[in-house]
Design a protein around this ligand. Structure first.
Ligand code: BG6
Length: 455
């Protein structure tokens, strides 16, 4: 446990992330059964009065559904400090103004985060300080290692929270309950019975004005290098003996260490595409390359698919396909385990609806088990039935959940340094092949299910 966090300092207080995700998550947390009392300080480059800041905080809290007395009281006592985090005297002024042990949340663009960390290296941080950082953690393996070294010079690993909000999604966490609180699934959770695993996160959203960041990242770095590989780690890891930070993250890191691009062939293991103009859910979208701020010569993909293998006893030979893209027809966001065919089907059973499948849906949350059974009518004919269940939302959204970890000194749901580095190692060869144009970039219409040539 970290010492009690007295002040949450949000660096980048005027930004979009703070408004849309962080503050709504904080409001939910303050109003929840796990509620806290703390001082909230917003820090930004631009001038803002305390009143303006408090009004923003209250707006974001209510956007996240929080209007309880605890959230309101934190908003009313909150302060805004105008500061340039690359300036040591400004940053010192921020740190001197905090009550108790601070948690510094870097809701800043990556270059500004690095500048802020360099400033902290010069001025030091108060004893017990906790750091919360947003992805991307570096831009490749080398820069991720350099960033991790810098962070460790400031505070110990147990005080570093690398935030990946997918680890705060309730269904992602449900993978743990499903796997480890039932005998029936874990018994078939290996290459013995599983033919393939698909982890898919298709979005209907387009670029949403985020060219400055996304055009340099692309779908591979934005989604697969971070979120989807962590989901893979939870799906593929060995059972940890507890869910404390060391055990859970140790199991996840072990699975990632065994993961490589399929057959070691970075060119064949992935494909990429970019959306053209189209209509998604009734909204007209321009072609990606016509979006403001996009540099077409970067050849940034908006849809990426990479197949990896996990080279260990449990998973050898099972392809894990990771796919994510923007401006697609449906929000297909799920983990699907496709089981192998039975070794022998008694002669006389007719019909073949395909192998059994377990789907863990991330949006809306649920699970579905597709099984084959003698259906209605012909008693020897095999039909498909789906046993499914949908779940209500968790008490907290993903940001509330990860903030709970930060304020509670629990790093279970934050990404450990070695996991970040492993994720870069895994995608590194694919990134290199794509940057060298060794894999063509396909096209798809916004609002379609992807390139026709992929079907
Ligand atoms: C973010 C990505 O980390 O996750 C976005 O940068 C993506 O591009 C988002 O849209 C998806 O997560 P969620 O929870 O908003 O669906």
């Amino acid at each position: 446990m970290a010492d009690h966090i007295g002040t949450l300092v949000v660096l980048g207080a005027g930004g979009d992330l703070t408004k849309r995700l962080l503050l709504p998550g904080l409001g939910q947390l303050l109003d929840s059964s796990r509620g806290y009392d703390l001082t909230l300080v917003g820090v930004g480059f631009d001038p803002m009065t305390d009143e303006e800041w408090r009004a923003r905080v209250l707006d974001s809290f209510s956007a996240g559904g929080a209007s309880g007395s605890r959230a309101k009281s934190v908003a009313r006592r909150s302060r805004y400090v105008q500061a340039d985090v690359s300036d040591p005297s400004d940053f010192r002024r921020v740190l001197e103004s905090v009550d108790g042990v601070p948690a510094l949340y870097f809701a800043l663009p990556p270059q500004v985060t690095i500048a802020a960390i360099k400033t902290l290296e010069r001025i030091g941080v108060p004893e017990g300080t906790v750091l919360g950082l947003e992805k991307p953690f570096g831009t490749d393996l080398r820069s991720a290692k350099a960033l991790n070294r810098r962070l460790l010079r400031l505070v110990p690993e147990k005080h570093i929270h690398r935030i990946d909000h997918f680890l705060g999604k309730s269904t992602v966490l449900n993978v743990l309950g499903l796997r480890f609180a039932n005998r029936v699934f874990e018994r078939v959770w290996s290459a013995e019975d599983v033919a393939s695993v698909d982890i898919t996160f298709d979005e209907t959203l387009g670029l949403e004005g985020r060219a400055g960041y996304y055009d340099k990242a692309g779908a591979l770095v934005d989604m697969i290098q971070s979120h989807l590989l962590l989901v893979l780690a939870l799906v593929a890891m060995e059972p940890p003996s507890s869910l404390d930070a060391d055990d859970l993250r140790g199991s996840m890191a072990q699975a990632l260490r065994a993961t490589r691009v399929w057959n070691g062939d970075a060119v064949a293991a992935g494909r990429r595409a970019r959306y053209g103009a189209g209509t998604v859910e009734g909204r007209k979208l321009p072609a990606y390359i016509k979006e403001a701020g996009v540099h077409p010569e970067l050849e940034t993909e908006t849809l990426a698919e990479v197949t990896v293998g996990i080279e260990n006893w449990r998973w050898a030979g099972v392809p894990f396909r990771l796919r994510s893209g923007k401006a697609l027809a449906d929000r297909r966001q799920q983990i699907v385990l496709t089981f192998k065919e039975v070794p022998h089907r008694p002669y006389g059973l007719t019909g073949d609806p395909g192998p059994s499948r377990l789907t863990i849906a991330l949006n809306p949350d649920g699970i579905a088990l597709d099984i084959n059974i003698n259906g209605e009518g012909d008693p020897f004919g095999i039909d498909r039935v789906v046993l499914d269940a949908t779940f209500g939302a968790g008490e907290l959204g993903p940001y509330g959940e990860v903030l709970h970890g930060i304020l509670n000194g629990d790093t279970t749901l934050s990404v450990r340094a070695d996991a970040v580095e492993e994720c870069w190692r895994i995608v590194g060869p694919v990134l290199t092949a794509w940057r060298k144009q060794e894999v063509p970039i396909d096209g798809y219409r916004a609002g379609s299910t992807g390139p026709a040539v992929w079907r």
